[in-house]
Design a protein around this ligand. Structure first.
Ligand code: BGC
Length: 369
């Protein structure tokens, strides 16, 4: 299984390099440093990349893509994962600074915990770039590469509204399984989702029997699958003993898997299986979409995100100009961070072939295994 995941990730990284006009990495995964020319601008400078966890497939893709693309440009890369341990990430970043990193790229676990270490980086003259998750309450961050995070929620919400068939005469039940409260993305996703479904909740077309509609009651610390599973089990027992849950609005594929286990445990079958949403279009989730177990996910092309982030690294280290398309939305409490937002794309059984296979993210073979 591990081998297959790794193979999938390397396939993605290779396509990414090809897309950037660079040579594919050598077997084993290490991109050969480019020799000479514009593509070797890195000149051996050290870029440290702090990622949250290897337990979620998307972050493995992100790390592999960043490493391959930076090495292709001649940078030395120190890539580290903190396995969702907040203090471990703080220590890793301290060590990166001590080891003489020239630039820090951070996908935070709990960004509030990183404020001091970001200040240390700033004091040492090391530029910091926020990767996917905004770094809050700091002026030490230069740029932010991400997806349109509110747009992710909007697209999940639109999908539910368009496909669930809820009307005032035929209401549907819905429960929300949102992301981690220490991740700004989770709040933005929730805002986008609620904008879409609130009118249906207001007119009674959608009914949340648990009443857990506010983010305080439906968030999932660290986006944890087990936590979502337990909360879903509890909701099914307490509120759906004599009724059926029609929609699990999940903010991430891992939460969807947790809900699926709870639903199976509660005796749901193909006949009464709910609509289940997700985010990241993980390999497993895409297989579930094909089999009908998961209804949709949000595809985020991590190759594109990495390439945008790499232009930001080049900007802070080489004085190049990165592409920015948002200078308003991402106020971190201290500054508005110049950002590039990539576009999230909803995928379901009708368009996964075109978007995911056609986009070279997974092959037909990987999805058939
Ligand atoms: C990312 C999502 C991911 C989630 C859980 C968020 O910050 O934007 O793509 O599903 O974290 O890892």
């Amino acid at each position: 299984m591990k081998k297959k995941v790794l193979a999938a990730i390397m396939a993605v990284a290779m396509v990414a390099l090809t897309a950037c006009g660079a040579a594919a990495p050598a077997a084993g995964g290490d991109a050969a440093p480019a020799a000479g020319g514009a593509s070797s601008s890195g000149g051996g400078k050290k870029v440290a990349v702090a990622m949250p966890t290897q337990s979620s497939e998307r972050w493995m893709h992100d790390g592999a893509n960043m490493k391959a693309q930076l090495e292709e440009l001649g940078y030395t890369v120190d890539l580290q994962y903190a396995e969702d341990d907040v203090q471990a990430q703080v220590s890793q970043i301290e060590n990166m600074i001590a080891a003489g990193a020239n630039c820090l790229v951070i996908a935070a676990i709990d960004s509030d915990a990183l404020v001091n270490v970001e200040q240390q980086a700033k004091d040492a003259g090391i530029p910091v770039i926020a990767y996917d998750r905004l770094l809050m309450n700091t002026d030490a961050v230069s740029y932010y590469a991400t997806f349109d995070n509110k747009g992710v929620g909007t697209k999940i919400g639109e999908y539910i509204v368009q496909h669930c068939g809820a009307t005032k005469d035929d209401p549907k039940t819905i429960e929300l399984f949102m992301g981690s409260p220490d991740d700004n993305n989770a709040h933005m996703l929730y805002a986008g989702l609620m904008e879409q479904i609130q009118p249906l909740l207001d007119d009674g077309s959608l009914v949340c029997k648990s009443g857990q509609i506010d983010f305080e009651s439906n968030n999932t610390l660290r986006w944890d699958q087990q936590t979502a599973m337990k909360r879903c089990e509890d909701i099914l027992t307490r509120y759906y003993a004599d009724d059926k849950l029609d929609i699990c609005a999940c903010a991430y594929d891992g939460l969807s898997y947790g809900c699926m286990s709870a639903l199976e445990g509660a005796g749901y079958t193909d006949a009464d299986w709910p609509m289940i949403t997700g985010q990241d279009a993980e390999l497993m989730a895409t297989k579930h979409i094909i089999s009908g177990k998961q209804t949709m996910s949000i595809y985020k092309d991590t190759r594109l995100l990495a390439s945008k982030c790499v232009t930001m690294v080049q900007a802070v280290l080489e004085g190049a100009k990165p592409e920015i398309n948002d200078t308003e939305q991402y106020n971190n409490g201290k500054i508005v961070v110049p950002s590039y937002l990539c576009e999230p794309v909803p995928v379901d059984k009708d368009n996964y072939k075109e978007v995911i296979i056609g986009g070279g993210y997974y092959t037909e073979e990987q999805l058939a295994e």
